[in-house]
Design a protein around this ligand. Structure first.
Ligand SMILES: Cc1cc2nc3c(=O)[nH]c(=O)nc-3n(C[C@H](O)[C@H](O)[C@H](O)COP(=O)(O)OP(=O)(O)OC[C@H]3O[C@@H](n4cnc5c(N)ncnc54)[C@H](O)[C@@H]3O)c2cc1C
Length: 414
């Protein structure tokens, strides 16, 4: 049995704690917030084995530069003369290659598929009630060019053994009868699932508390005491936490802490927004508006609209232009769904921890023997949460890992 301190109580921290407890370790979680604040509460709740193509793919830099001049575009990168950002941007640009896409597909698919199984397994084992549905994910297209691109992506996914098919307009009306959809066609990834994030987070937190996990809330880790490549303790304003092993699961903030150990975890925060609508929308199948890059999820008791990726440093400022862009895009695809001013005012944002090559960082750096890094999951951290937690626990328990970890190595070169 080891004493383990986890920095960060998002889905990655909680799932790591879950599997560590299952292995018999003594676990504490330290979080700078009252928990309920990270990206894990803002996301679209998708479990997406379908999303096997990383963000860092050929063409994205050119597209990103075009979008930089449009204040309502789905991707915005704020250029900054900041060494950490420039280093990340260099690594991202280098990763935008067919080679990276080819190398990443299997790793991204395998960790997502493992995670889907684990979500189901832990729901059944712990008798959790959180929403977990397998209605798939629709990619709704309004233009021939986008439909062609989506058919190409679907062929790649299908060749990887994922269940996906093209849906005609007639079929779309049959599978989604509760609302009108303005689209010329769609792809249906039947392999995908969806959830209501706060339900999972709250049940998992209670479970962990009942099993004796200590939660230290509103405790920001500000310093790390280490010598000879080993952490002795992590310090907050009020406390010092010593342990045998530490887990760095601080989402977009992780590299601020890893730098204290001389470890360069290349990360940028990718801000995304969500709007909730409690009134019935008639939407029953999750969908991505392919041109607008907006995700729609029928959650338990409300519909969530989520989108945009703003790479502009760590901040939680809400840009009303982007919120408006999400609302307008929804109305273009679902003309019967109108998002009210009050709903727009309630919009919230979260920071995705974005690695340069689209793969998370999971494992130990050669620079520190008792720190397991688990971050950088970007747009798929929700989907990959349980699998990451299991891998973290296997690493700390000196067990054979369920997946090959090289693609996720924190020291990998770019
Ligand atoms: C709009 C939007 C939609 C998304 N949709 C999806 C989706 O459908 N599917 C999917 O798979 N993913 C999705 N994501 C991404 C996903 O939400 C993230 O990848 C995931 O939540 C990251 O989890 P995390 O635990 O690493 O980080 P977080 O949830 O951000 O948690 C990190 C925690 O660390 C704490 N922390 C940070 N610094 C310190 C410190 N110094 N001391 C103590 N505590 C600290 C923070 O307070 C926070 O609680 C979406 C994200 C957004 C924003």
């Amino acid at each position: 049995m080891k004493k383990v301190t986890i920095i960060g109580g998002g889905i990655i921290g909680l799932c790591s704690a879950y599997y560590l407890v299952k292995e018999g370790h003594e676990v504490s979680i330290v979080d700078q917030s009252s928990i309920g604040f990270g990206a894990s509460y803002i996301n679209a709740g998708y479990l997406t084995p379908s999303h096997i193509i990383p963000l860092a793919a050929p063409g994205i830099v050119k597209q990103g530069i075009k979008w930089m001049f449009n204040s309502s575009s789905p991707l915005y990168v704020k250029p900054r003369l900041n060494a950490s950002f420039l280093d990340w941007a260099w690594a991202f640009n280098k990763s935008c290659s067919s080679e990276n896409v080819k190398q990443s597909i299997k790793a991204i698919k395998d960790i997502n598929l493992l995670s889907v199984d684990l979500f189901s397994e832990l729901k059944a084992t712990e008798n959790f009630g959180f929403q977990l549905e397998n209605k798939g994910l629709l990619m709704l297209c309004q233009t021939e060019a986008m439909l062609k691109e989506e058919i190409h992506m679907a062929t790649i996914a299908s060749n990887e053994g994922l269940e996906v098919n093209e849906v005609s307009l007639d079929e779309l009306k049959k599978i989604e009868p509760g609302t009108t959809i303005n689209s010329i066609g769609a792809i249906h990834y039947k392999c995908d699932w969806h959830t209501t994030p706060h339900e999972f987070m709250s049940e998992m937190s209670s479970w962990l508390e009942n099993k004796g996990v200590s939660f230290y809330k509103n405790e920001k880790v500000i310093d790390i005491k280490a010598s000879e490549g080993k952490i002795k303790s992590v310090c907050t304003q009020n406390n010092e936490f010593s342990a045998d092993e530490f887990v760095l699961a601080a989402g977009s903030w992780s590299n601020l802490l890893s730098k204290k150990l001389g470890i360069n975890v290349r990360l940028e925060a990718g801000k995304g927004y969500r709007i909730n609508k409690e009134e019935d929308t008639g939407i029953s199948i999750p969908a991505i508006l392919a041109e607008a890059k907006i995700a729609i999820t029928p959650m338990n008791g409300f519909t969530r609209f989520a989108g945009t990726m703003e790479i502009a440093g760590i901040n939680h400022k809400i840009n009303p232009i982007r919120v408006e862009a999400i609302a307008k895009a929804v109305e273009r695809y679902y003309p019967e769904v109108v998002i009210s001013e009050a709903e727009k005012k309630q919009a919230a944002c979260g920071l995705r921890p974005v690695s340069p090559d689209g793969k998370p960082f999971i494992g130990k750096s050669s620079k520190c023997t008792n720190l397991t890094i688990a971050t950088g999951h970007a747009m798929m951290g929700w989907s990959m949460g349980p699998a990451t937690g299991k891998l973290v626990s296997e690493i700390i328990s000196d067990k054979k890992t369920s997946l090959h970890l090289d693609p996720f190595h924190p020291d990998r070169k770019f």
